[in-house]
Design a protein around this ligand. Structure first.
Ligand code: ZN
Ligand code: ZN
Length: 74
């Protein structure tokens, strides 16, 4: 079960050229993360193989399980 779903057709997205891509719509999809506390867009940090999210507005790290992830057509 994947959480990476196309916003248009609900198909599972594939990973292509460093971004998500919908094979059935044939368009890239952007993944954006938003702060659960202040709704600002989060910065994705890659540390030791695991991703975490930083809010520049709250000035703190946000747990991956709490962030709001939005997929949108690129
Ligand atoms: Zn699609
Ligand atoms: Zn925040």
């Amino acid at each position: 079960m994947s959480d990476n779903i196309c916003p248009d057709c609900q198909c599972e997205l594939s990973w292509k050229e460093n971004r998500y891509y919908c094979e059935s719509c044939q368009h890239p999809v952007n993944k954006r993360a938003f702060c659960p506390d202040c709704d600002a867009e989060l910065e994705k940090l890659q540390a030791c193989g695991s991703a975490s999210y930083f809010c520049n507005s709250c000035n703190e790290l946000k747990s991956k399980s709490r962030v709001k992830v939005v997929f949108e057509k690129a």
